[in-house]
Structure formats: C-alpha cells, structure tokens
Design a protein around this ligand. Structure first.
Ligand SMILES: [Zn+2]
Length: 372
C-alpha cells in the first residue's frame, strides 16, 4: 500500500519537526558550501596588456651609430601588439604611445593603472661604453642589485629631468642620487612573483628562439615600474652601442624576432597564470572585495587548517604562478584589518595588508584608489 509522503510526515512528525526535516533536506540538496566549490573554478583571466615603448618625442633614448632607441622600441612594440591582437583574441592591447611623442614616465604607469591592465611591458634598448657588450636582459622592479643594474636604471630614469614638475611627480626622487633609490626598498612589491615569472619566460624565449645572448632576469629601481599595480617588466632588448646588435635591432627581421619572442613568452605566461590561479575559499561569498592580511608565501600547498596558521581564521589560499599565498582575516573595514595585522605580527613578523578582488590579491594601493 502506498501512502503519500505528506501523510507520512503528518503521521510521524510534529509541525516543528517537519520544519527541521525540510531544512535538513534543503541542506542535503543545496549545501551552502557548493558556492565555495564554484568559486574554486573561478579563473583569473588576462584581458588587458599595456605595451610601453620607451622614450619618444624630445627624448630619443640611447643613441646608436645609426639609430635612436625611441624608433626601434616603437617598431618592436607595434609588432608585439599586432601579434597579440591577431592571435589572442580575448586580450586587448593598450599602448602608452603609438607615435613619436614624449610621454612622462609617471603617465605611462597611470595609463596602465586607470585601464586596470593585467600586465605592463616596457620596451627599451641598452648601451654601454664597452662596445663589445651585447645581449638582452629583463628587469623587474626592485632595489638595484649591483652597479651595472644601477647604471641601467639611472639611464632610463634620467629622462624625468626633461619633464615639467618632475620633483613633484616622483616625490623628490633624484635619478642621479644613489640614496634616492632607497625609496624602492620601502615598498611592498605585490606583483614581484608574477613579474619574475614573466621576465623569466621572456629571457628563455630570447635565448632559445631569438638567439640572443642571455643576461638573465635582473632587479633595479625603474621609475616607470614604480607605481604600476600589476605584474610589470622592463625589457632591454639589446645594445645599440654594439655595431652588430645595432644592425640586428634596426632590421625588420630582428625587430620581428624580438617581438615574437616576447609574444611567445606572453602566451606561455597567460596559459600558466590562467591555469594555475585558482582560489580556495573558507567562506562562500568571496567574489566580493575585502581586506586581508598576507602571512605566508610557499612553494608547497599548506592545508588551511594546518597548525602553521595557529588559531587564526578564516585562512584564504591563492595560487599565483608556482606559489601559494596565504592570507588571514577578512573585513571591509580598513581599521579593523590594520588591528588584526598588529595581532598577527607576533606569529607572522612579515605580515602585511592586502586587498582581495575578483578572486585575486591586489595591492592595497590599488584597492584604496578604487575605493576613492
Ligand atoms: Zn630606454
């Protein structure tokens, strides 16, 4: 004999028991953590790339025997942009200049920031008093390591003396004073790891596919990278002071080789970032923005309930490149998260504030700007 389900409920459960039954059923059918699992699949996409050909207009950049840096880097930049536009349809290219015009260094970073770019690529040519030196190197923002890096940064930064009000735009920075470079030591470089990943891929392509002499990935204090709030690199494509390399960089074929090497590095970087950047959430609604405190970076995955994190909750995990980043706490109040950081400092002396938006960590600077 069949009894309708509602009758069974009436027989065996009181009214309040019935309510509980349905709540339990609802939880079984629509578990509240299912949204968190969906969030795990949310993938960060690279949508906008800013390409920055160095110098321009009244600033020729470094001078070769027969060439000017500003012209060579513009050709390479336009080729690179075209390769990406033609082959990676979901990426938009923004140039800081497409013509022979002067653009101030701080304005180049502004263009990238206001467009919310995902990657900033500054393209340059090098020079040396020693004409025998040739080869390519890619820089990420950081303290000048070694005299040669300092010299390259000094040369590329010197252009600000051609700008109006430069002391105002760069907080009193003097490109020729080594002491000025200390300022870069004070900033927390949120995007250092991704910048390094991309820089490494560029150098690999230069070496393996474009046959360039590899000077490796380096760090120095470049003003143009100072305030960009996304992974950023400055590429020195070769030495105009070396006659053979100058000839190569002036040739259409040479420029195409350099541009396609950067293009391939970009494609690899995009694939890597998009396949690896997932986001593990401790709560369901993490697609909203919030402040948190970054406590650890690790090459190995750490369970969110690991004793490393002590008693602190909630813990968030972000995979960026080959690294895992862990943050503690969640608040929309800046004051509250600042207090939390103070408490965390005893267990995590390097803890610093970050903001989370669209499933990824963004710099505080960027977040505060968006809130204004
Ligand atoms: Zn330059």
């Amino acid at each position: 004999m069949k009894v309708p389900a509602s009758n069974i409920l009436n027989i065996y459960f009181s009214n309040s028991q019935q309510k509980i039954f349905f709540i339990v059923l609802a939880i079984l059918l629509f578990p509240p953590w299912i949204k968190a699992q969906d969030n795990n699949k949310a993938v960060y996409k690279i949508k906008k790339v800013v390409i920055d050909p160095g110098h321009g207009g009244k600033d020729p950049g470094t001078l070769g025997q027969h060439s000017r840096e500003k012209n060579i880097v513009l050709s390479i930049a336009l080729k690179l942009g075209k390769y990406i536009e033609d082959n990676v349809k979901d990426v938009q290219i923004i140039y800081t200049r497409k013509k022979d015009v002067f653009v101030e260094l701080h304005e180049r970073g502004n263009i990238a920031n206001t467009n919310h770019a995902d990657l900033f690529i500054s393209i340059h040519c090098n020079s040396s008093l020693n004409k025998n030196i040739y080869g390519a190197e890619t820089y990420v923002m950081g303290l000048n390591v070694g005299e040669r890096n300092m010299e390259v940064a000094r040369k590329e930064n010197a252009v600000i003396t051609l700008e109006n009000d430069y002391s105002q735009h760069y907080e009193g920075f003097d490109p020729n004073s080594p002491e000025s470079y200390i300022v870069f030591n004070l900033m927390q470089n949120t995007y250092l790891e991704q910048s390094l990943e991309f820089a490494t891929l560029v150098q690999k392509q230069f070496k393996d596919r474009a046959g360039r002499h590899d000077h490796g990935v380096r760090q120095a204090g470049f003003l143009v990278l100072w305030k960009t709030s996304m992974p950023s690199v400055l590429i020195e494509t070769g030495y105009l002071s070396n006659p053979k390399e100058e000839k190569f960089l002036m040739s259409d074929n040479g420029q195409a080789l350099i541009a396609s090497a950067i293009y391939r590095a970009f494609k690899n970087y995009k694939t890597m970032i998009e396949s690896q950047s997932n986001f593990t959430v401790a709560r369901a609604d993490t697609n909203q923005s919030f402040f948190s405190v970054q406590v650890l970076t690790s090459r190995k995955k750490i369970p969110l309930d690991d004793k490393t994190f002590k008693k602190y909750k909630p813990v968030f995990e972000f995979k960026e490149g080959s690294r895992y980043k862990y943050t503690v706490g969640r608040s929309s109040s800046y004051e509250e998260i600042k207090n939390l950081r103070k408490q965390l400092l005893t267990d995590f002396p390097d803890a610093f504030l970050v903001a989370v938006k669209d499933y990824r960590i963004i710099s505080l600077q960027e977040a505060l700007k968006k809130m204004k």
